[in-house]
Design a protein around this ligand. Structure first.
Ligand SMILES: [Cu+2]
Length: 439
C-alpha cells in the first residue's frame, strides 16, 4: 500500500467515529448486500426485488436489459491469477477472473448470456442444476456444437427455479483449469427468516508443480486450495454485524469433498444445489460437507463477537504449498534446529519480499522429541501485504495462522462494523475517482 493510501486509511480510522452518521445514511440508502459488496456494485444499481449475494474477491457480472430479458456477456479466457501474494498461476477463467464473475438473477427472469470463447480450444457453457431446454444445456456434441476459439454463442432461457447454481465448462480438464462461477437465482418471495448478510464461496483446488505456473489438471493430488480464487491469508474476511443473521453459500467443483467448518457458532443447512430445503429438515451443525458438484447453503445468527475461522477441515487443505518457493531444493522437513529451519524460511521470505514473522516458540529439547517438527517453522505472517479494510483491527500476526482453504467471519459490534463498511466505501471511491466523494 502506498504512503498516500496508508495515510488515507489512517485518517479514515480517526474520522470513523465522527462519520458514523454518514454510514447510517449509506446503510439506509442501500440494501445490506450492496454496501458490504465490492466495486462492481458501486457502478451498477442493485437489481430490484432481491438482496444480492456477496462473493468476496469476485465481482458480479453486470447486465443490460433488452426488453424483458436480462443480458449478460461472458468470455472464457486465460487468466493470470494471484492466489497468494507470492504465487501467481496461469488459470483459465471468465472475464479476467477465476472463478468467473457471479451471475445473479431472480426466479422467473428470462436470461440471455452472450458467450465468447477466447480460449485456444473449443468449449461450452453448462448451467449446473438449472432446468432448461436441452439445447441450452451446454454439453458438446450432445446439446450443441462446441464453441470454437474466437466464436460466440448465445444461450437464452427462463429461470423458473430458486437456489444456488453454477456455470462451468463441460469438459473435465477445463473445469480443473478454473472455468466455473456462481449462478444464483433469488426467490420471488424472500426466504424466511430473512438474512442480513448473504455470502458465497467457490471451493477450488490446484496442482501446481514446483517452478510451474500452469495447474497440472491430470494430477490426483493438490497443493493449492482456494476460496473464491485465493488462498489464506489473501482471502477477504467476511463481515457480519453482531446479532445479524448470515447466509453462507458454498459450492465445490473440484476433485475432493470439503468439510467446511465454522468456529464459535452453530448453523443449519437451509439449502442445496437443488434449492431451498424445508425448515423441518434443518438441524444444528458446525461442519458441512460440500461434495463435488454440490452447493450447500447454511444460515446462522452471528451471536458472538470475534474473528471466527471458516475453513476446510481436511488437514492438508489448511496449509499452503511452499514447494515451488524452494525451487530446485528439496523440502527439508527433517530440519530440527531453529537456526537451520528459520534460515531456510528467511531465504524464502527474502524471495517473496515481505517481512517474515518469527515462528512461535519451541521447547529447548524439541529436537530430541520423535516427530518434531510438525507445524513449527511453518508460519509466514504477512499482515501488511494482505491489508485491506476488512482486516482492520485484527491482532498482529493474524495472517501467520491463515493458510489454504480458509477465511474468517468477523462478527463486529455495530460501530466497528460501520467504520469498516465506510472505509470500504471510501476505498471504492478512491479507486474510481482518485478521491473520496463528499457527502
Ligand atoms: Cu478441503
Amino acid at each position: 500500500m502506498s504512503g498516500t493510501r496508508r495515510r488515507f486509511f489512517q485518517d479514515a480510522a480517526v474520522l470513523g467515529a465522527g462519520l458514523f452518521s454518514l454510514s447510517e445514511t449509506l446503510r439506509a440508502a442501500e440494501p445490506e448486500g450492496v454496501q458490504a459488496n465490492h466495486a462492481a456494485h458501486a457502478t451498477q444499481a442493485a437489481p430490484r426485488g432481491f438482496q444480492p449475494m456477496v462473493t468476496p474477491d469476485v465481482s458480479d457480472l453486470p447486465h443490460e436489459m433488452d426488453g424483458g430479458v436480462k443480458v449478460f456477456k461472458l468470455a472464457a479466457e486465460p487468466v493470470k491469477k494471484k492466489i497468494v501474494p507470492f504465487k501467481t498461476i496461469d488459470a483459465w477463467g471468465y472475464n479476467g477472473n477465476c472463478p468467473g464473475p457471479t451471475i445473479q438473477v431472480q426466479q422467473g427472469e428470462r436470461v440471455r448470456v452472450i458467450f465468447e470463447n477466447r480460449l485456444p480450444e473449443s468449449t461450452s457453457m453448462h448451467w449446473h442444476g438449472l432446468e432448461l431446454p436441452i439445447e441450452q444445456d451446454g454439453v458438446p456434441y450432445i446439446s450443441q456444437k462446441p464453441v470454437a476459439p474466437g466464436e460466440k454463442y448465445v444461450y437464452e432461457f427462463t429461470v423458473h427455479q430458486e437456489g444456488t447454481f453454477f456455470y462451468h465448462a463441460h469438459s473435465a480438464m477445463q473445469e480443473m483449469m478454473g472455468l466455473i462461477g456462481f449462478f444464483v437465482a433469488h426467490p420471488q418471495k424472500d426466504y424466511k427468516p430473512r438474512v442480513d448478510h448473504d455470502y458465497g464461496l467457490v471451493l477450488q483446488e490446484w496442482a501446481v508443480l514446483p517452478s510451474n505456473t500452469v495447474p497440472n489438471t491430470a494430477a490426483m493430488e493438490f497443493n493449492w486450495l482456494t476460496f473464491n480464487g485465493v488462498s489464506a491469508p489473501m482471502t477477504t474476511p467476511l463481515l457480519a454485524r453482531l446479532g445479524s443473521r448470515v447466509r453462507l453459500r458454498i459450492l465445490n467443483l473440484g476433485m475432493d469433498h470439503h468439510p467446511i467448518h465454522l468456529h464459535g457458532h452453530q448453523f443449519v443447512m437451509t439449502g442445496t444445489e437443488g434449492g431451498r430445503a424445508p425448515e423441518s429438515t434443518w438441524y444444528p451443525m458446525n461442519t458441512v460437507l460440500v461434495g463435488v458438484a454440490q452447493a450447500r447453503v447454511v444460515e446462522f445468527e452471528a451471536k458472538y463477537p470475534g474473528a471466527w475461522m471458516i475453513h476446510c477441515h481436511l488437514p492438508h487443505h489448511m496449509m499452503n504449498s511452499m514447494m515451488d518457493l524452494l525451487s530446485d531444493r528439496a523440502i527439508q522437513t527433517a530440519d530440527q534446529t531453529e537456526e537451520k529451519a528459520v534460515g531456510q524460511m528467511m531465504s524464502l521470505a527474502k524471495r517473496v519480499a515481505f517481512e517474515h514473522v518469527h515462528p512461535s516458540p519451541i521447547a529447548p529439547n524439541a529436537a530430541s522429541v520423535p516427530g518434531f517438527p510438525q507445524d513449527a517453522f511453518m508460519e509466514m505472517g504477512m499482515d501488511e501485504v494482505v491489508e485491506k479494510p476488512e482486516t482492520e483491527g485484527l491482532p498482529k500476526n493474524w495472517s501467520a495462522g491463515m493458510m489454504g482453504m480458509m477465511t474468517m467471519m468477523r462478527v463486529l459490534p455495530v460501530r466497528e462494523y460501520d467504520a469498516i463498511v465506510m472505509k470500504k466505501q471510501m476505498a471504492r471511491e478512491l479507486a474510481q475517482d482518485g478521491q473520496p466523494r463528499k457527502s
